[in-house]
Design a protein around this ligand. Structure first.
Ligand SMILES: [Zn+2]
Length: 142
């Protein structure tokens, strides 16, 4: 990668030198030479850029495999919207347990959940709430 950058700098210098020389001597060949050198510089710089990007991506991937994985897993577990372990976990309450269903948001809560203490909340059994297509609250997990 360093070689690519050095090569592109060399070409850039050659381009600058030939454009100056071509300007002084009004020799068309040097102008074309400088254009060619500039194009080569662009190609080399693009190569160096894409190569360094790949290296950075690889380094990030290595770091994520070393330390990032457990952190991202715990963050997902803390997110109540997407509980990954909820399927394997047995229901916290039996089907005939009392829950508080909130019709506006189609969710049901444990009776002691603060999100269930809203106007219009209805007390019913958990199975009834499920039958009426209410969804379990992700915070209190009724
Ligand atoms: Zn709740």
């Amino acid at each position: 990668m360093t070689g690519l950058i050095a090569g592109s700098l060399l070409l850039l210098g050659a381009a600058a030198a030939s454009v100056v020389y071509g300007w002084i001597t009004t020799n068309q060949t040097f102008v074309f030479l400088s254009i060619a050198a500039s194009a080569g510089t662009a190609v080399l710089l693009a190569l160096a850029y894409s190569k360094s990007k790949a290296e950075i991506a690889a380094a990030l991937e290595r770091r994520r495999m070393h330390s990032g994985a457990p952190r991202s897993r715990s963050r997902r577990a803390a997110n109540p919207a997407a509980p990954p372990g909820s399927r394997s976990r047995p229901p916290a309450s039996p089907p005939d347990a009392e829950v508080v269903a909130v019709p506006g948001v189609r969710k049901y809560h444990r009776p002691d959940c603060r999100y269930g203490r809203v106007k219009g909340a209805q007390t019913m059994t958990r199975s009834t709430a499920r039958r009426r297509s209410f969804e379990a609250c992700g915070i209190c997990r009724p």
